[in-house]
Design a protein around this ligand. Structure first.
Ligand code: ZN
Length: 247
């Protein structure tokens, strides 16, 4: 039985699901705007064509779907058997025809959405494992998918930018990225100043005496922090510094 509505009645989770669905629709729209012969062109990701990005987003939906099966059944099913298996799958996917890639994207996105809809309240609390190896409740899979679809829509490089993302997605993304830097000590002497956000104004190394300061709007600074582009970014140094590695 396929539920026509989400089985969960948690308002926070329902709103997170809505943001993920909006991101999926956005990615789908950018994908439709591409003609078949534009799939082989480079994406914003080094070494990846648009076909790689589309394949990855499709396989990511399937991988997150495996976590939802895990949450619902208690049978441990990881996102990917290994990092290498994940990469080989993407390489294989990139060699599919544009029709097959469009199909992969559509079907995997629909399948994940149905799996989410049919997940009852208690299963959402079950622990699953991120691709990076840490565990989190299944509710987190919604965020993992949300950032994939919004960011990779930009990576398709046919007109989407971080300015298209909802501000709550940008804020959470920027906190995720700067949090990862902080854990590794990569934010030493680096300060970010966000010009237009009510939620976040300053991030990074608050204790530094003479920090490198990177300034921009929430969307531009998040794009910079995610390693995507440096448009709209200013700095107190002659050259815009490169953002530390995120993942
Ligand atoms: Zn990805």
């Amino acid at each position: 039985m396929v539920a026509s509505e989400d089985l969960t009645n948690d308002p926070e989770l329902k709103s997170a699901l809505l943001t993920a669905r909006r991101g999926t629709a956005f990615f789908g729209r950018k994908l439709k705007e591409l003609s078949d012969d534009e799939f082989a062109a480079p994406s914003l990701l080094p070494g990846w064509t648009r076909a790689h990005v589309i394949a990855h987003v499709g396989y990511n939906a399937r991988a997150i779907g495996r976590l939802i099966v895990w949450a619902n059944t208690g049978v441990e099913t990881p996102m990917y058997p290994s990092r290498q298996a994940r990469n080989e799958e993407i390489d294989h996917g990139a060699s599919l025809s544009p029709v097959e890639l469009r199909d992969l994207y559509e079907q995997s996105a629909n399948h994940l959405d149905v799996a989410w809809r049919n997940t009852p309240q208690d299963a959402w609390g079950h622990e699953v494992k991120a691709a990076q190896g840490y565990t989190a409740p299944a509710t987190e899979t919604v965020w993992w998918r949300t950032r994939e679809v919004w960011i990779h829509a930009v990576d398709l490089d046919n007109g989407a930018s971080f300015a298209d993302m909802p501000s709550d997605v940008l804020e959470r993304l920027l906190k995720d990225i700067t949090g990862a830097w902080h854990k590794r000590g990569d934010d030493k002497d680096l300060r970010l100043e966000v010009l237009d956000s009510g939620g976040i104004t300053q991030l990074g190394d608050a204790a530094a005496a003479d920090p490198v300061i990177v300034t921009g709007t929430l969307s531009d600074i998040t794009a910079w922090a995610a390693g995507r582009y440096t448009h709209g970014i200013t700095s107190n140094r002659p050259d815009t510094p490169q953002a530390p590695r995120w993942i």
